[in-house]
Design a protein around this ligand. Structure first.
Ligand code: MN
Length: 235
């Protein structure tokens, strides 16, 4: 038996910690989990064929290893002909817990970023039709491009402000954080009733209307007013 053990105590080399840059420091934000909120802007719920009335939020996850950071490219994934962009405000937690009250939720926020919830829309449509889980549509390689995290100590907790996405300079998605159905604090409170939140968790808070396809060569530029920018090229 030909067995090589490069790191003592491990059968294979342990995974490297995934992390995101932080504005104003060379220290990075280590990522534990990535939670995503579905249908959190009424206009997007309508464009996807759903009722915009306020119903309890629902969540799915991406893997931390799906992150694309530090301005890297997004590689067009296999098994799809319809990858969609979803520009989102990202929340980064500095602490966590279970059953966090809304009034205390923002105390757990380290900062905010700009993210893309890239989605294999054709696969998602099939999964919805079959009442199957969304993982194959949402948690594929490089499905989570993310900007640097900006500490709340620098920018506060944004409740309003433009959120938009341009492709090759042309506006495709446009909304305002004040259109979020479930606000950041409410999202944290709901999530913490389902999962034990931890320092290092990221939350993608949902996308405004205007989602659509990306193609190789596209230059994506996302912006959240008061937070920052994310640029990413589809290759
Ligand atoms: Mn989304």
């Amino acid at each position: 038996m030909n067995s090589i053990e490069p790191v003592p105590g491990f059968i294979i080399a342990p995974q490297q910690q995934v992390s995101v840059p932080v504005r104003g420091t060379s220290d990075r934000f280590p990522v534990h989990r990535i939670y995503c909120v579905g249908r959190n802007y009424a206009a997007h719920a309508v464009e996807m064929g759903h009722d915009p009335d306020k119903e309890p939020p629902f969540f799915f996850q991406k893997s931390p290893s799906n992150l694309v950071t530090d301005g890297r490219d997004f590689s067009y994934p296999p098994a799809t002909e319809d990858v969609h962009h979803e520009i989102e405000l990202v929340v980064a937690l500095v602490s966590g817990g279970s059953n966090i009250p809304v009034a205390e939720a923002l105390d757990h926020v380290f900062g905010y970023g700009v993210g893309l919830d890239m989605t294999r829309r054709d696969i998602q449509a099939e999964l919805k039709r079959m009442s199957r889980p969304w993982d194959a549509a949402k948690a594929f390689e490089q499905s989570a491009p993310c900007s640097e995290i900006v500490p709340a100590s620098q920018i506060g907790h944004p409740e309003r402000g433009a959120i938009w996405l341009k492709i090759n300079g042309e506006i495709r998605q446009e909304g305002d954080l004040d259109q979020l159905i479930w606000k950041t604090a409410e999202v944290i409170a709901h999530l913490s009733g389902l999962f034990e939140l931890r320092a290092g968790d990221l939350i993608m808070t949902g996308t405004p209307s205007g989602v659509g396809s990306v193609h190789r060569g596209d230059k994506l530029h996302g912006h959240v007013e008061g937070v920052g920018d994310l640029t990413c090229t589809v290759v």
